[in-house]
Design a protein around this ligand. Structure first.
Ligand SMILES: Cc1ncc(COP(=O)(O)O)c(C=O)c1O
Length: 367
């Protein structure tokens, strides 16, 4: 029988192989070790260490006993709440099991014509294997020298076979962002040629405006939102699209029936989480505090880091070496190791203040 560590490595390697041959890897398989392991500090998946909020947990507990019923009333009520929150109509919203489902539906929608997708490099790429298995080639456009989305180069990369441009702002894994005005201009320009998918998973951390106002009017633009990050509901699996009603209809026709992936408990969670904006504010503030703590440690150790507006930071570990994440793992701290820009980098998600203190002292003891 495989030991836990070798099992994890096996899963990780298998995921890499599957990704290589175009089969979508299992997100959960990459995310090791078991989240139930006591004392493990998970700083590798950009989860929210504080969530779900107490009010959200109470709402989930209250909804539990209704789980024998379909959420026929709860989903329309949640959509109305979201529509009011964003000042759009309910016809502009489609629910999914995380924004991953929205991303997947959008790739499926454009896959009829095959062709290519333009994305930044590095950017969020868990969806790449799925898009490739739909017959779409991912054409990656390097970030600028400032490690920001190179909007001009991405626009120029569109050719007659491009079916979609994926834009993640703020960008994962760099945590950098482009300003609202150039982004809007870019999305408008791209949408004249193909679909544009705007991934807003981390906008709340930076209080960036949503591009939902473009999306509700322009059938070629989909905005993907999630409850997994600042709302602390990654495990509840809930996200949504904001788009033009015609686009929402096209996307929902790819689900067994519209909004079908949301459970009674998840709907209650999202509804309570959306109301709990104090929690959102608190998470944003604590994230800023922990990032400052990390930046201070990086600068003490003379490690280059990328200023981030999100809940994670990338820092360079060329000086320490690729074994760094393994050394941290031995101290029960999980981070992500990355090779980018011709060097070795580590992406660390912000945990609680105590967790980040432990991370910083571990880093000091290794670096
Ligand atoms: C940029 C980005 N988009 C989408 C997702 C998927 O999130 P979920 O499916 O949990 O909403 C993630 C998760 O890490 C992400 O970083």
């Amino acid at each position: 029988m495989l030991q836990p560590n070798s099992r994890r490595n096996w899963l990780k390697n298998s995921a890499a192989v599957l990704a290589g041959i175009g089969i979508a890897p299992n997100l959960w398989a990459i995310d090791y070790p078991s989240k139930n392991s006591a004392g493990i500090i998970l700083l590798n998946s950009n989860e929210n260490a504080y969530g779900p909020s107490a009010a959200t947990q109470r709402a989930m507990a209250d909804a539990l006993s209704n789980s024998n019923r379909y959420p026929d009333d709860q989903i329309p009520a949640l959509k109305k709440q979201l529509a009011d929150f964003w000042d759009v109509g309910t016809e502009h919203i489609l629910m999914g099991a995380g924004s991953s489902e929205i991303l997947g539906l959008t790739f499926l929608m454009v896959s009829g014509t095959k062709g290519n997708i333009i994305s930044a490099e590095p950017s969020y790429r868990v969806w790449n294997g799925q898009a490739e298995s739909f017959g779409l080639k991912v054409n990656r456009v390097p970030l600028s020298n400032k490690k920001m989305l190179d909007l001009g180069a991405m626009l120029s990369a569109i050719d007659e076979h491009t079916t979609l441009v994926y834009v993640c702002n703020p960008n994962n894994p760099t945590g950098t962002f482009v300003d609202d005005a150039p982004l809007r201009n870019f999305v408008e320009q791209c949408s004249k040629k193909c679909m544009v998918l705007v991934d807003e998973a981390y906008t709340e951390f930076a209080e960036l405006p949503s591009l939902k106002d473009i999306a509700i009017k322009n059938p070629n633009v989909v905005v993907a939102k999630t409850f997994s990050k600042i709302y602390g509901l990654a495990g509840a699996r809930i996200g949504y699209a904001i788009a033009h009603p015609d686009t929402i209809k096209r996307l929902s026709s790819l689900q067994p029936c519209p909004d079908v992936s949301i459970s009674m408990v998840t709907a209650a969670a999202a509804s309570a989480a959306l109301k709990d904006q104090d929690f959102v504010k608190d998470c944003r503030n604590k994230t800023m505090q922990t990032k400052e703590m990390c930046y201070k440690t990086f600068s003490e150790l003379q490690l280059e880091s990328i200023p981030s507006v999100t809940s994670f930071v990338m820092f360079n570990i060329d000086k320490i070496g690729a074994g760094f994440s393994k050394q941290l793992q031995e101290k029960n701290i999980m981070v992500q190791y990355r090779e980018h820009f011709g060097g070795k980098w580590c992406r660390v998600s912000m945990g609680t203040i105590e967790e980040m203190q432990q991370f910083c002292s571990a880093l000091k003891s290794i670096g």
